[in-house]
Design a protein around this ligand. Structure first.
Ligand SMILES: O=C(O)CCC(=O)C(=O)O
Length: 293
């Protein structure tokens, strides 16, 4: 199943990554032609120029204006036993969480948190850039983590076009197109790779198929906006404390729409049920399956 036949003279422990292209700005027509239709990521530096958030959003501002809200936090370990794959570890006021980050916390992350519902003080600070995507306006979600945090390799279950708008310090996102799925060590009935693969320093002896991956690295600085096409695998490395808001446009192409429905209705439901019924046996069985492919 995996591509193990190719010879590879690349130095050990480095994936084949080229930098994601960067443009100061882009017209709607060019974005559609060069990126949306071709499904190619791009960093747009001025996509969010008109937002009040560009002047105000930083860690201190989050603490001051929205710090009292209670937020769910996730850690990087996989769920074990009967626990749901997407269950939060702990909840605390955003202010307290940011203080933990400032003191070096790197495991707990705020992940995919709906700003409209959870951090309403921020809702008037941004709008939806006119780049040719029909954004779904009810789901602007926030991601926040500390220096050294990692987000395991995954793709988004809703097969949406994503615009990840970044604030604060540097973060890197490794990106791989859906065509590379066979080399990703995807866990059955999930949307992620095996949680313990370090894609920054891949262990090719343990995971030989990773040698055949070809992707990109998007190095994001304050105010950059990254376009991630539907179904793209992404792995996130927080080089500094930072946060991003992702805007999404749901699929319109029948193939992606069908994939979204299958992911949400079948794959997720089967996984949730099997975790309830079989607990850790289900997790172990899926891990064995990936490794025996
Ligand atoms: O930046 C992060 O922490 C994760 C981003 C992500 O997974 C997404 O936007 O889908």
């Amino acid at each position: 199943m995996f591509d193990n036949h190719l010879k590879d003279d690349r130095p050990k422990n480095r994936l084949d990554l080229s930098p994601t292209p960067r443009v100061p700005n882009i017209s709607k027509e060019d974005f559609i032609k060069q990126h949306k239709i071709k499904q190619k990521p791009v960093i747009i530096e001025q996509a969010t120029n008109a937002w009040p958030a560009r002047q105000t959003w930083n860690i201190e501002y989050l603490k001051k204006t929205a710090g009292h809200n209670l937020v769910p936090l996730y850690d990087s370990r996989p769920s074990t036993g009967h626990k749901h794959q997407h269950a939060a570890e702990i909840r605390m006021p955003l202010r307290d969480y940011i203080e933990l980050l400032e003191n070096g916390e790197k495991n707990l992350r705020l992940f995919c948190y709906n700003i409209l519902f959870g951090l309403p003080e921020l809702r008037n600070d941004f709008s939806y850039p006119d780049i040719g995507l029909k954004f779904f306006k009810k789901l602007p979600v926030l991601f926040l983590a500390g220096k050294g945090a990692r987000v395991q390799m995954h793709f988004d279950v809703d097969m949406a076009d994503l615009l990840l708008c970044h604030f604060g310090g540097q973060k890197r996102i490794l990106l791989f197109p859906p065509s590379q799925t066979r080399n990703m060590y995807r866990v059955p009935y999930s949307f992620s790779s095996l949680y313990d693969i370090d894609f920054e320093n891949p262990d090719y002896d343990k995971y030989p198929a990773l040698r055949h991956l070809q992707g990109e690295v998007a190095t994001l600085q304050n105010n950059d906006a990254l376009y991630i096409p539907p179904g793209y695998w992404h792995y996130v490395i927080y080089d500094e404390i930072s946060f991003s808001m992702t805007l999404r446009a749901f699929p319109r192409k029948p193939a992606n729409l069908l994939a979204m429905i299958r992911n949400l209705v079948i794959t997720r439901t089967v996984d949730g049920l099997m975790r309830k019924i079989a607990g850790q046996y289900w997790n172990d069985r899926n891990r064995r399956k990936v490794l025996n492919q």
